[in-house]
Design a protein around this ligand. Structure first.
Ligand code: NAD
Ligand code: UDP
Length: 323
């Protein structure tokens, strides 16, 4: 298969490109390198089945492909709020462009949607049938509402133009290749702990999230894309729920850090609880995550130890060059 991965130089995208190549597919990675980096895909450049195109999906592009994974969009609250209008454009105009391409070349398209479509949920755990509780005018809306419109577009292209679609609602996923300054909770806590700096818990820390290890999530996405006659939406995530304070303590223990926990203000509209009901994924995709949080954190910590060493060495080299 010839497969397009938009956002392929990002955290999830780079793992997906790698896995697809291992399976023998040809992969075209399209990315504007806003939050992604060439370093994430440097191991793939020598592979004749891999191509990288630096391109922003807000502008049309036509590629002859069989499958499209549409992942291009910043995912960390700090990054997607940095240029909120651009985030809306990536989700609305960008998704429309990808759907236009899917229609033209008759490709199957999978949209990386999110648990954020449920907003600050009143129903717990969240099932796909829940319509959500989303603030349309808050600081998270560019992402939440952007992703909701992207789902709407997917459904309308399917109903009007018979485009073959898949909608995956991804819950908090973590692992190697998150960037050092990504801003999401797992990478923040690990980097802070490894530097023995204060661990910043926002609010009381009693808000919950459910953390899925990247390898499990990629399995789920690939299974879903392969699945005939089921277009979702389907939740993909790990249903084990933790408070943010529990996560902070776990990271301190696993890193053996001297860091202490400090409180910072809770950002506006921060969801109080989040946990996927994955019955549908279990039934339709025969998928469930298998990596417990402790195990996934250990692998992620090992990655960040290495990344921090490289970062320090690079900074020292740059200082020496400057004299
Ligand atoms: P990421 O920020 O690491 O990756 C996003 C990638 O998209 C980056 O490489 C970035 O440069 C690229 N990009 C952004 N805007 C673009 C544009 N206009 N044109 C081309 N490329 C663009 O984030 P991630 O965690 O890998 O997330 C990937 C996708 O999965 C996103 O769509 C995100 O919304 C979705 N998702 C992720 C999670 C998670 O926990 N990781 C949860 C829910 C949904
Ligand atoms: N959070 C925190 N400290 C940080 C970063 C995040 O306490 O340094 C909290 C944040 O307020 C939220 C949770 O961790 O309640 C998850 O945040 P993240 O940005 O990873 O993703 P979200 O699920 O909110 O999109």
């Amino acid at each position: 298969m010839r497969i397009l991965v938009t956002g392929g130089a990002g955290f999830l995208g780079s793992h997906l490109c790698e896995r697809l190549l291992q399976q023998g597919d040809e992969v075209i990675c399209v990315d504007n390198l806003f939050t992604g980096s060439k370093r994430n895909i440097e191991g793939l450049f020598g592979n004749p089945d891999f191509e990288f195109v630096r391109h922003d999906i807000v502008h049309p592009i036509l590629l002859e492909v069989d499958r499209i994974y549409n992942l291009a969009c910043p995912a960390s609250p700090i990054q997607y709020q940095y240029n909120a209008i651009k985030t809306v454009k990536a989700n609305v105009v960008g998704t429309m462009n990808m759907l236009g391409m899917a229609k033209r070349v008759r490709a199957r398209i999978l949209q990386a949607s999110t648990s954020e479509v449920y907003g600050d949920p009143n129903v717990h755990p969240q099932r796909e049938s829940y319509w959500g509780h989303v603030n349309p005018i808050g600081i998270r809306s560019c992402y939440d509402e952007g992703k909701r419109v992207a789902e709407t577009l997917m459904m309308d292209y399917h109903r009007q133009n018979n485009v073959d679609i898949r909608i995956a609602r991804i819950f908090n996923t973590y692992g190697p290749r998150m960037s050092l300054n990504d801003g999401r909770v797992v990478s923040n806590f690990i980097v802070q702990a490894l530097r023995n700096k204060p661990i910043t818990v926002f609010g009381s820390g009693s808000q919950t999230r459910s953390f899925c290890y990247v390898d499990d999530l990629i399995d789920g996405l690939i299974r879903f894309m392969r699945c005939e006659k089921f277009m979702g939406p389907v939740n993909l995530g790990n249903p084990q729920e933790f408070t943010i304070l529990e996560l902070a303590k776990k990271v301190i223990t696993l890193t053996g850090s001297r860091s202490r926990i400090v409180r910072k203000p809770l950002p506006q509209d921060d969801p109080r609880q989040r946990c996927p009901d994955i019955s549908l994924a279990r039934k339709k995709l025969r998928w469930k995550p298998s990596t417990p949080l402790g195990e996934g954190l250990k692998k992620t910590i090992a990655y960040f130890e290495e990344a921090l060493k490289n970062f320090t060495a690079e900074t020292q080299r740059a200082q020496r060059r400057r004299g």
